[in-house]
Design a protein around this ligand. Structure first.
Ligand code: HEM
Ligand code: HEM
Length: 269
């Protein structure tokens, strides 16, 4: 029935390869860098703030970088991930050496990752930064809590609002890391990197060790922010902010320090 073939069926090989690749780069690579950056809180709020300044020194280009290299690839990977889960053929053959537990877990953690990333980006970033969206949707729902120029203190307050929040972060983090590590292992089979059962076994141990390390890095960041004294961190950030703007290290963007609340913003100007 060639006429009734869907777009996915017609281009299945290419889409599956792109889907697989997008899980590694840029999505997986971004996650690794993101988790290491977050863990820099272990060295104190000044170190984490410096890392965020570095990202925000991109100024207006940040919006394009975020969408091109982070959001769109995640949306692509997630959409075709769901198409594969609910419409495509099974790739159970890749799991012949490990049973189908990991196959089910890969799909379950993909779904958890989807819910987590969607809510996480809404909670801290708000997805879009135009005023009407922020005022009418993000703020009433308690999203967009992260202020890049008050990075540690706003992240700490956001995580400390209820014990449920760090709990959800732990579940989301572990699901994303498992999904990434297990995905990497299947990728090695699909792309023919490890073919013999022995090579697959060795790759499995290496990837498991990497996954445990990445989980510890992510967990230490969650613990670091959940235990942080937000008031002290805000004092450090206030001192850093003026110097950084004066020294032209970061573009002057008061909403990244005061938020979008105009009254608050005027008071401090
Ligand atoms: C260890 C737990 C985590 C912490 C403390 C954390 C922290 C943050 C913070 C502070 C932001 C806001 C950045 C901004 O608005 O500029 C952010 C954004 C984001 N996070 Fe996480 N994150 C964590 C885990 C994860 C995981 C596991 C993923 C999965 C891939 C993820 C994906 C994202 C994405 C896609 C964004 C939006 C990117 C952007 O704003 O440019 N995060 N995260
Ligand atoms: C946003 C929600 C996500 C969904 C719905 C999703 C879904 C899926 C599905 C269904 C697969 C298996 C494909 C197959 O069986 O052929 C998969 C594979 C994979 N995913 Fe995700 N995923 C998500 C997020 C992520 C994230 C955040 C990462 C990286 C940090 C990632 C990395 C990978 C990798 C590396 C693979 C292996 C590709 C392969 O088997 O060749 N995924 N994803």
């Amino acid at each position: 029935m060639p006429d009734s073939e869907s777009f996915f069926q017609k281009n299945e090989f290419l889409i599956r390869r792109l889907h697989s690749l997008s899980g590694l780069v840029p999505v997986g690579a971004y996650m690794c860098v993101h988790l290491v950056t977050n863990a820099s809180i272990l060295n104190g709020s000044e170190t984490f703030q410096n890392a965020v300044y570095q990202i925000h020194s991109l100024g207006n280009a940040l919006f394009a970088v975020e969408w091109l290299f982070i959001f769109l690839p995640i949306i692509f990977h997630a959409v075709f991930g769901f198409v594969i889960m609910f419409g495509g053929k099974s790739n159970l053959k890749n799991y012949r050496y490990g049973g189908n537990v990991r196959y089910v877990l890969q799909r379950a953690t993909g779904m958890i990752a989807f819910v987590f990333i969607f809510l996480h980006v809404f909670h801290l970033h708000g997805w879009f930064h135009f005023d009407i969206w922020l005022k009418s949707v993000v703020e009433p729902l308690g999203g967009g809590q992260f202020l890049p120029y008050k990075a540690s203190s706003t992240l700490a307050s956001a995580l400390q609002a209820s014990f449920l929040i760090p709990t959800c972060y732990v579940i989301g983090l572990l699901s994303c890391v498992f999904h990434f590590a297990n995905g990497l292992w299947t990728m090695g089979i699909t792309w023919g990197v490890w073919t013999s059962p022995n090579a697959q076994k060795r790759a499995g141990y290496l990837i498991a060790a990497g996954g445990i390390l990445l989980s510890l890095i992510g967990l230490s960041a969650i613990a670091g922010f959940t235990g942080l004294d937000a008031e002290k961190a805000e004092e450090v950030e206030t001192q850093m902010y003026e110097n950084a703007v004066e020294g032209k290290r970061i573009p002057a963007a008061p909403h990244k320090f005061y938020g979008h609340d105009e009254n608050h913003h005027e008071e401090h100007n």
